[in-house]
Design a protein around this ligand. Structure first.
Ligand code: M6P
Ligand code: ZN
Length: 188
């Protein structure tokens, strides 16, 4: 039997950097501009093309018996009145859950089933958000500083962006009169 050696990674709790850095992905607005409901605002913001979020994953084998884990940072900001957010995805292996532990900032986790049932739950320092099997998930930063969270999921879960790239998600999170407001997506 060949065993994987136990090991540590570290989160720098001041700068929210993973050490060692792992595999990093940075998403700019241009990687996901058609996901925002206000397409005119998205087009305008494309000139600047801000970094919306980045995440760094610890390298482990992507098998059912391993747990992938990563740290994500979503920057504060809005496209029109819709807050910066992740693309959102289902898992390719649909019957797999995920846990998000929020380390800093404030946000909302937008979820939906393949049938379109929606659920939105808060994220704040110390919240442990449970994403049950089958639910698509997207994270939204509703605060004025970075939203940082640690995620853990089955190694072979994979990412399915298909339907979300087509029609985004059922619920949008927007600012209305200085308040966070959850609304039906007019384009869904
Ligand atoms: C979290 C995890 C990752 C995911 C990332 C970005 O860190 O859920 O699996 O890739 O957020 O989200 P997305 O893939 O939807 O852009
Ligand atoms: Zn996931």
């Amino acid at each position: 039997m060949e065993y994987l050696e136990p090991f540590n990674s570290y989160i720098d709790m001041e700068n929210w950097k993973l050490e060692p850095e792992g595999e990093g992905i940075i998403r700019k607005l241009s990687d996901m501009d058609d996901m925002y409901y206000d397409q005119e605002a998205a087009k305008e913001s494309l000139e600047e093309d801000p970094i919306i979020y980045e995440f760094y994953t610890v390298k482990v084998p992507e098998t059912a018996s391993n747990l992938l884990h990563c740290i994500s940072t979503i920057n504060p900001g809005k496209i029109g009145d819709e807050y910066f957010m992740t693309k959102g995805h289902f898992h390719e292996v649909e019957d797999t859950a995920e846990i998000y532990l929020t380390l800093s900032g404030e946000g909302q986790m937008v979820m939906e089933t393949p049938e379109g049932e929606a659920s939105v739950i808060e994220m704040k320092k110390g919240s442990i958000s449970y994403i049950p099997p089958y639910w698509a998930h997207r994270t939204v930063n509703t605060g004025d500083k970075p939203l940082v969270f640690f995620a853990v999921y089955r190694g072979d879960a994979g990412h399915d962006y298909g339907s979300i790239e087509e029609k985004s998600m059922a619920k949008i999170v927007v600012e209305e009169g200085g308040e966070v407001s959850i609304k039906d997506n007019p384009n869904y």
